[in-house]
Ligand binder design. Structure first.
Ligand code: RAM
Length: 355
């Protein structure tokens, strides 16, 4: 099964090919040319040159953020002639990002683009940074809306949840059975929103035969996620499937299942990167999983930050801005900008992607 979103699929394919070829991003619009005077906001939508834009992911040693930031955000910032940087903790813990935010604020960073490990824990530091003049873009995982200017969401929580439940239902088959969720950290805003929506989805009559029996947390650490997957099988002998909506978790769970007697018997899906999941699709551990293009997410977040810092948008509903090769986006309710729909990877298409 595939969830289509023509623009996203096209952008995903384009970005994957771009990455594979190691080429620079195509400039399909005029937002990235940075041809303005350089120091004033332009109503015509030109991003100021020389903006300092810093990416602060949940954790730095995660291939997902490596792609979103260094292959997406960086490309965008270079297109509009800003200065790109990435910094952050090596573990995705709730308060670990606070000291990084303080430092970025002291360095007079124009835009902080952050994926929140906790919706409350970094709010104070972000509010201080805002007072000091920085624009705040959350991407991937939001804070409380009042602590940032715009949230660049990879897809709606509802869309992600629907995709995850459909994938596990298809994998498990018509008889259904017990399923469990292997999440990332317990406070992650994005994970918790998706889990809530998955429960709503599971309550629908068509999923009456699926029973969610457990939710465990691997903290986006490979080893802990592996052990939690192992623990799920030990605790629930009738388990039929696992959903792991984290790139770290789903890869670790796949590694565990693929080396165990459960391979092909206990189904696994989630949100993974094609490069981390390819071997497990090929060896039959995983039939299908989903994700968006992380590079596009970082690219869009950078353009949203550039637009905010140039006075093109303020973050209110209806504001429009151009995001280079991705085209025009409109800020929705609650300052949210949605990249697109999740995309399903499976044996028939996984080799087309390199990220
Ligand atoms: C992990 C992180 C991230 C999430 C992806 C799917 O890399 O938890 O926040 O969006 O997985």
């Amino acid at each position: 099964m595939r969830i289509t979103g023509v623009r996203v699929v096209a952008a995903t394919v384009l970005a994957a090919l771009t990455l594979a070829m190691g080429a620079c991003a195509d400039d399909g619009g005029d937002a990235g040319t940075g041809s303005g005077s350089g120091d004033t906001a332009n109503a015509d939508g030109t991003i100021k040159e020389g903006l300092k834009i810093a990416f602060l992911p949940k954790q730095v040693n995660n291939p997902y953020f490596e792609t979103s930031d260094n292959k997406g955000g960086k490309v965008a910032v270079e297109e509009f002639k800003g200065t790109y940087s990435q910094t952050g903790p090596s573990e995705a813990s709730p308060s670990a990002q606070v000291s990084y935010i303080n430092t970025l604020s002291q360095q007079q960073t124009d835009v902080i683009v952050v994926s929140a490990n906790d919706k409350d824990a970094i709010c104070g530091a972000l509010t201080e940074a805002k007072t000091a003049g920085a624009k705040i873009v959350t991407y991937d995982s939001d804070t409380n809306p009042q602590c940032r200017d715009v949230f660049v969401n990879q897809a709606t929580a509802d869309g992600i949840a629907k995709s995850q439940i459909k994938l596990i239902s298809d994998a498990v088959g018509p008889d259904g059975g017990e399923i469990a969720i292997l999440s990332a950290t317990a406070n992650a805003t994005n994970q918790n929103a998706w889990i809530e929506m998955m429960k709503t989805e599971l309550a629908k009559p068509e999923y009456a035969k699926l029973k969610l029996v457990d939710t465990v947390y691997g903290d986006d650490q490979d080893e802990k996620s592996f052990q939690e997957a192992q623990g799920l099988l030990a605790k629930h002998p009738n388990l039929k499937g696992i959903i792991s909506p984290t790139t770290v978790g789903v890869a670790a769970a796949a590694r565990y299942l693929s080396g165990s007697s459960y391979k092909g018997k206990v189904q696994l899906t989630g949100l993974g990167t094609p490069n981390q999941m390819r071997a497990f699709v090929k060896d039959g551990t995983v039939k299908a999983f989903a994700l968006w293009n992380p590079a596009d997410l970082g690219y869009l977040a950078a353009y949203a930050g550039g637009a905010l810092a140039s006075g093109i948008i303020t973050g209110k509903e209806g504001d429009k801005f151009k995001a280079g090769k991705l085209g025009e986006y409109t800020v929705g309710a609650n300052g949210e900008v949605v990249l697109g729909d999740p995309f399903t990877f499976e044996a028939s298409n996984i080799d087309q992607f390199d990220f």
